[in-house]
Design a protein around this ligand. Structure first.
Ligand code: HEC
Length: 159
């Protein structure tokens, strides 16, 4: 709003002054976009692509399904609990749960250890979506909290 456009500069300027100006421009530019998005009516939450709660459709569905069926044991935000393992670790580099093993565990459960079988309750698509959500959480790209569809993952700016 009346603020001068800040030009991005790349490469050519070697002196420290221009280095600092360059960094400032790079950090300021997304901030300006975000400020603009924040002025849209009816949007309480940032809608900017690339923020840490922005997800694609599969991840969003996965979050909803996880929230309904899994978090009472595996913990809110897939953080783990005293009842069940931290799935972020299970599917990450330190864990042993590959994509195929994940689907098998979710489908068949681990009856003698208290992990229910979800076959007949969840569709294969829902299981894949939970995988996508847990992987996004595991990699650290998705912050804890309620995610929202990133702009570009939907066709309009409505609800
Ligand atoms: C009633 C509690 C409970 C619920 C609800 C539950 N789980 Fe589990 N889950 C467990 C327990 C306990 C284990 C550990 C089993 C073992 O020791 O092998 C487990 C293990 C797993 C594993 C293997 C992790 C590992 O590192 O061995 C995956 C994957 C998993 N659960 C996914 C899910 C998903 C996805 C949901 C929701 C659809 C879900 N679970 C719901 C209790 C639960």
């Amino acid at each position: 709003m009346g603020r001068p456009r800040i030009e991005r500069r790349h490469g050519a300027h070697r002196r420290a002054f221009w280095g600092a100006a360059c960094a400032a421009a790079i950090f300021a530019a997304p901030g300006l976009h975000r400020a603009t998005a924040g002025t849209l009516p009816g949007i309480g939450r940032r809608e900017t692509a690339g923020d840490s709660l922005g997800v694609n459709k599969a991840e969003y569905q996965g979050w909803k399904t996880y929230h309904t069926y899994c978090d009472r044991c595996h913990g809110g935000d897939a953080m783990g609990s005293t009842m069940a393992p931290n799935l972020r670790r299970s599917v990450g580099p330190e864990g042993s749960i590959t994509h195929d093993v994940f689907l098998q565990r979710v489908t068949d459960g681990v009856a003698d250890k208290g992990m229910p079988a979800w076959k007949g309750v969840l569709s294969p698509e829902q299981m894949e979506a939970i995988w996508a959500y847990v992987r996004a959480r595991s990699g650290g790209r998705l912050a804890p909290g309620r995610p929202h569809l990133a702009s570009g993952a939907k066709t309009d700016s409505g609800s």
